[in-house]
Design a protein around this ligand. Structure first.
Ligand SMILES: Cc1cc2nc3c(=O)[nH]c(=O)nc-3n(C[C@H](O)[C@H](O)[C@H](O)COP(=O)(O)OP(=O)(O)OC[C@H]3O[C@@H](n4cnc5c(N)ncnc54)[C@H](O)[C@@H]3O)c2cc1C
Ligand SMILES: NC(=O)c1ccc[n+]([C@@H]2O[C@H](COP(=O)([O-])OP(=O)(O)OC[C@H]3O[C@@H](n4cnc5c(N)ncnc54)[C@H](O)[C@@H]3O)[C@@H](O)[C@H]2O)c1
Ligand code: SF4
Ligand code: FES
Length: 805
């Protein structure tokens, strides 16, 4: 049988998803050609926000790699734009002279970002945020420039702003209205969101209408209609999108806001279909993947001649992807004459929930601060079930607070509740797949059901579901590949390194069949760390695999200069040290000397070539302020000086720091010792916090005072200073051996739980063995500043190293 020729214009999320569905139904029906303007295989556009925020690498976000196209015999043409469709002869033409005939044609050309027609909008440094190219441009700009303006306080603008903040830029969001995300949030939720983002460091200029982009060749600022101005080196326009319909319009296909389609995604021309953001269905144009995938599923069945209910539109919802902020919105959210609302606003915990009701049915919701009920509420909206017989406020009862764990919460969900909103995958489907196909990792569930394949917001729920179904085999269920270059999880990698006695990064990648021979910026430093941890004496640290700060042994600053933080054990210094610091600062014109949060002195603005000279003249050890290593041990004044002090916190802090300095760890480790439970050294928000009590010490672990605020948990109470050192050593080594590279103790403790850690460390023999291993690791470590000063070759190489971020 002759295959029908199917051509897809647009190699993006909606179109390729439709092709995947077609292949699932019948892989032999079509000869498929895909033409896409971007020079990449299909990637997850949603995760561009994560790439910008530094949580993912471009390579991690590819959805279908080139192999996939080859495997399915798809003729792929990237970097080519279809410029004309000849509907008479049924052929498409590209800007590079390619002519492809079709029997069926799918248009999935997506959207174009709206660019405000401001004078100066064409200057360098004015960009949108839509594709990999934009994302790379922002990352590049952040290396040279300081100040960014994001125009538009919608989902995209806020995610861009958060990403730019992570790239160390100063960020101002310019919004035209008084309330952020006014298309999704009511004024109360908007205000809460603004306050939270302000706390994270974003500035807001509300109710501002932009008038002109300032600058010569490159942007220097923005002028507003009220005459005020704001300076900027980068302007990101995130003021909405418009369906990309020009190709369809020119080809005589009926176009309104989008390409007009009926309930089977058919356009006004025979054999021409449209899906995704470019399509307009019953006046609805969607800008989120869930409805686009629903459209693709209907079209796939239609093209494969499989009976399908028509596409009748979608109930959409949004969640902002900014860490530390939980925001959910669906359907109607503004109060009106015909609607009533059920509201809860807990100002103490910062939780706001509002459910909109009409004719006893839920027609919309806004949740801020706790979005754990979002799936259930969405389900009730979608099913249109009556809430007449329910106790109204029970709809908003916080099930996450009642549940002892995420597993309890997920166990309480009914089988038809949707776990993955983006891909419309229910709990029942996932549970069935886990049981029938023996799945035991989130990655496997993703491959098999598509759950967690898009925004990734449902990953924790999928993981909880795996745990609740698999019970004790949970350890297996947590396994995820360390990056896209390998399928090996951390546990598997560590086991392979030990078993095969692999000793260099290159060897690991070669022997274990890495997809990319050189690895990526995610796995190279991780493998180097695991090798250091496993073979402390045998493995020679591979500096070229480390991030720039660790290679240079100093923190690179925004302007390309470095900072120097010498170690001051327990935050204690001496007149002699202070004199040396002052002399160095004067001699090398150090622009700023600053006291750090960890009770040390930071010399900021040091030129790269001055670093070794400054280290030599300071004659102090490196403070490792740049590394995934033991950082500071902050202390209060303690019993020697403080009238409340029960224990000598300064001595304890110095002893801890002297014992564990230089130790490399999966992520930075901050410690503190307080002389009494008044806790002046803030031990309760440190990775390890020690608190003096009558007759002994309490040791707390897993605290974090950063973006993800977490109180440390009590690990144990001990009597002597020796025991503090013993437990600290055991905890550090257990964390070194079991956490993922880059995972802070707070995240690790969250993942494995205090009880599991206590169960190991309460065994004195285990503590002894762990201490033996940590002592071995410590015994070979030397001060890196000293090493570089002694090694002429190293200091030369050091000057020449290329910058890898
Ligand atoms: C930063 C960011 C974050 C997002 N976050 C979320 C989120 O959290 N949740 C969510 O649901 N959605 C999110 N979205 C929206 C989501 O990514 C889009 O809805 C989805 O990608 C649209 O898919 P599409 O296939 O219709 O269009 P696209 O993914 O834009 O694909 C269209 C493709 O067609 C190509 N093309 C256009 N014209 C032609 C032509 N003539 N010839 C050849 N190729 C052509 C384009 O270059 C493009 O590659 C986000 C979007 C961005 C930019
Ligand atoms: N988490 C998510 O689901 C997510 C994240 C990013 C992007 N997206 C999608 O990407 C698309 C684009 O997002 P978006 O935020 O650009 O679109 P949007 O239309 O949702 O928001 C644009 C915002 O810009 C504001 N605005 C318009 N003109 C302005 C002006 N002159 N000055 C200042 N502000 C102005 C609008 O009031 C609006 O709040 C949408 O479809 C969105 O759903 C979704
Ligand atoms: S924690 Fe206790 S001992 Fe230390 S300074 Fe505060 S009050 Fe004094
Ligand atoms: S909810 Fe977005 S991937 Fe599952």
């Amino acid at each position: 049988m002759n295959k029908r020729k199917l051509v897809l214009v647009g190699n993006g999320m909606a179109g390729v998803r439709c092709i995947e569905e077609i292949l699932k139904h019948n892989a032999d029906l079509f000869e498929i050609t895909i033409i896409g303007s971007e020079p990449h295989p299909n990637y997850n556009r949603i995760l561009l926000s994560s790439v910008l925020a530094g949580d993912a690498d471009i390579r991690d976000i590819v959805l279908n790699d080139y192999e996939w196209y080859k495997k399915h015999q798809i003729d792929l043409h990237t970097g080519q734009t279809v410029t004309r469709i000849d509907v008479e002869t049924k052929r498409v033409f590209t800007d590079q002279g390619l002519v492809v005939p079709y029997d069926d044609l799918i248009l999935a050309t997506g959207s174009l970002p709206v660019i405000l027609p401001l004078p100066g909008a064409d200057k360098q440094g004015v960009i949108s945020f839509r594709d990999i190219k934009d994302c790379e441009a922002m990352i590049e700009a952040s290396k040279q420039y300081k100040k960014a303006i994001v125009i538009g306080g919608g989902l995209l603008g806020l995610e861009a702003a958060r990403g730019l903040l992570n790239l160390s830029m100063e960020v101002s969001v310019v919004h035209i209205f008084e309330n952020l995300m006014e298309r999704q949030l009511d004024p109360v939720a908007s205000q809460l969101l603004q306050q939270e983002l302000e706390k994270q460091g974003i500035r807001f200029l509300m109710g501002k209408q932009s008038e002109a982009v300032l600058g010569e060749e490159r942007v220097t600022g923005l002028r507003f209609k009220d005459g005020s101005m704001e300076s900027a080196d980068l302007i990101v326009m995130a003021v909405g999108i418009k369906p990309n319909v020009e190709l369809a319009r020119q080809s005589g296909i009926e176009v309104n806001r989008g390409v007009m389609v009926n309930d089977w995604m058919e356009t006004s021309l025979p054999d021409v279909y449209a899906v995704g953001e470019c399509a307009e269905h019953r006046t609805g144009v969607y800008g989120l993947v869930a409805p686009l995938y629903e459209q693709g599923m209907v079209l796939a069945k239609r093209l494969c001649r499989i009976d399908t209910p028509p596409y009748e539109g979608s109930v959409v919802y949004t969640k902002l992807k900014v860490s530390g902020v939980d925001v959910f919105s669906a359907g109607e959210f503004m109060d009106g004459a015909e609607t009533r609302a059920i509201r809860v606003h807990d100002e103490f915990s910062g939780v706001y929930k509002k459910i909109m009701v009409r004719d006893n049915k839920i027609i919309g919701a806004v949740l801020f601060g706790d979005t754990s009920d979002s799936n259930r509420i969405l389900q009730m909206m979608r099913s249109g079930s009556s809430i007449q017989d329910l106790k109204r406020v029970s709809i908003l009862e916080n099930r996450s607070a009642e549940a002892n764990s995420g597993n309890d919460l997920v166990a309480a969900l009914s089988d038809d509740e949707i776990i993955c909103g983006c891909n419309g995958v229910s709990k029942g489907t996932i549970v069935q797949a886990i049981r029938e196909k023996g799945l035991c990792s989130v990655e496997e569930v993703k491959q098999c059901t598509s759950a967690s394949r898009s925004c990734g917001g449902c990953k924790p729920l999928v993981a909880n579901l795996l745990e609740s179904v698999l019970g004790d085999s949970v350890v297996v269920s947590r396994k995820e590949p360390i990056c896209g270059c390998t399928t090996l999880s951390r546990e598997e990698l560590v086991a392979e390194i030990k078993e095969k006695q692999l000793t260099t990064v290159k060897e690991v990648m070669f022997v274990l069949g890495w997809k990319e021979t050189e690895g990526c910026s995610k796995c190279r430093p991780a493998v180097n760390y695991y090798l250091n941890m496993i073979w402390p004496e045998e493995h020679e640290d591979e500096r070229e695999s480390r991030f720039v700060n660790e290679r240079m042994h100093a923190n690179i600053q925004k302007d390309g200069t470095y900072s120097v933080v010498p170690r001051m054990y327990g935050g204690v210094t001496s007149p002699a040290e202070l004199k040396r610091i002052a002399a160095v600062a004067e001699k090398y014109n150090v622009p700023m000397v600053k006291v750090t949060g960890g009770q040390r002195l930071d010399l900021l603005g040091v030129k790269k070539e001055d670093l070794p000279k400054i280290w030599a003249e300071l004659d102090m050890p490196s403070g490792f302020a740049y590394g995934k290593a033991i950082r500071t041990v902050k202390t209060c004044v303690g019993s020697d000086f403080c009238r409340f002090g029960t224990q000598n916190s300064i001595r304890m802090g110095i002893d801890i720091e002297k014992k564990f300095e230089r130790l490399n760890t999966p992520a930075k480790v901050k410690m503190a010792v307080s002389g009494c439970p008044r806790n002046c050294a803030e031990s309760s928000i440190k990775d390890i916090g020690v608190v003096g009590i009558d007759g002994g010490w309490e040791i707390y672990v897993g605290g974090n005072g950063g973006v993800h605020l977490r109180g440390a948990e009590l690990l144990c109470k001990v009597k002597t200073e020796q025991e503090v050192l013993e437990w600290t050593g055991a905890f550090l080594q257990y964390y070194r051996e079991n956490a993922n590279y880059g995972e802070r103790t707070s995240q690790w403790m969250e993942r494995v739980g205090l009880t599991a850690v206590q169960a190991v460390l309460q065994d004195s023999e285990m503590r002894r063995q762990l201490n033996e291993r940590v002592d071995k690791a410590l015994s070979v470590l030397r001060d890196p500043w000293q090493q570089i000063m002694e090694d002429k070759q190293a200091s030369r190489m050091y000057e020449e190293l290329p910058v890898l971020t």
